[in-house]
Design a protein around this ligand. Structure first.
Ligand SMILES: CC(C)CCC[C@@H](C)CCC[C@@H](C)CCC[C@@H](C)CCOC[C@@H](COP(=O)(O)OP(=O)(O)OC[C@H]1O[C@@H](n2ccc(N)nc2=O)[C@H](O)[C@@H]1O)OCC[C@H](C)CCC[C@H](C)CCC[C@H](C)CCCC(C)C
Ligand code: LIP
Ligand code: MG
Ligand code: MG
Length: 188
């Protein structure tokens, strides 16, 4: 919720980056696919135990993830399938990163699994509640942007293990926050 509020502050920079892409006729879905490939590369570097490179690659992948939507909005090419693709690839990326960290023995695999379950649940709750008519359920202390940034910053300093402890705890707190918010909005 916190980082999402900064979208407007960086919109100008992101639009400056996508303008040439728009002129070149690049489509938002192409950027979405590229973003996933870069995130998978980040996951691979975690698997290799190279945290710092993984963090930089992941940061670049996150930037690309912000560019697909920016390009879509700027060119009036937002699509329902594009939104679906973006969300689905976010899940693949989130899972791959946590799997890479676990496979690279950078953290106890059980911690990675708890973080994985919490992260997926947070996103699932939003999707399911919105489908049930809750309205936008972008609430909670650790949405995707926060979770990713925690992983990126701790990995940059070689401490992704502690990042995962934090994500495991904060994601589950967010699960409870969304459960409560959904209850409030859907109980009648
Ligand atoms: C001072 C300047 C030089 C600084 C400039 C920096 C800028 C370039 C900003 C860079 C931000 C970027 C790197 C984000 C980093 C945060 C990241 C860790 C968190 C994850 O980000 C996710 C990102 C994108 O989310 P979505 O995919 O959900 O959103 P969109 O794609 O925009 O929209 C989806 C929407 O679009 C339509 N659509 C999409 C695809 C498609 N194919 N078709 C479509 O139609 C459809 O409608 C979909 O529904 O979130 C980005 C926003 C983020 C929350 C903003 C956070 C800002 C914050 C201040 C970040 C600062 C980070 C800092 C640069 C990191 C440095 C720290 C260092 C110590 C590591
Ligand atoms: O923040 P969170 O809910 O865990 O994760 C998500 C968003 O950050 C993402 O951009 C969106 O496309 C997903 O469908 C999902 O809701
Ligand atoms: Mg995106
Ligand atoms: Mg995305």
């Amino acid at each position: 919720m916190v980082l999402n509020n900064y979208r407007e502050n960086v919109r100008g920079y992101l639009e400056a980056i996508v303008r040439p892409l728009a002129r070149a006729g690049v489509t938002p879905n192409t950027i979405t696919v590229l973003g996933l490939l870069i995130s998978l590369a980040g996951a691979y570097f975690f698997y290799r135990g190279e945290q710092v490179i993984a963090a930089l690659v992941l940061l670049f992948g996150s930037l690309i993830d912000a560019l697909d939507g920016t390009l879509a909005r700027l060119t009036g090419k937002t699509s329902r399938f594009g939104a679906f693709l973006d969300s689905t690839f976010d899940r693949i990326s989130d899972g791959a990163v946590l799997f890479g960290i676990a496979l690279g023995n950078l953290v106890d695999w059980r911690v990675a699994f708890i973080a994985f379950m919490g992260s997926y649940l947070v996103s699932y709750e939003r999707c399911r509640a919105e489908l049930a008519g809750s309205g936008r359920l972008a609430v909670g202390i650790a949405e995707r942007a926060e979770r990713l940034l925690i992983i990126i910053i701790t990995a940059l300093f070689g401490y992704v293990e502690y990042g995962l402890y934090a994500v495991a705890v904060l994601a589950w707190i967010t699960v409870l926050q969304r459960l409560y918010a959904a209850y409030q909005r859907l109980k009648e």
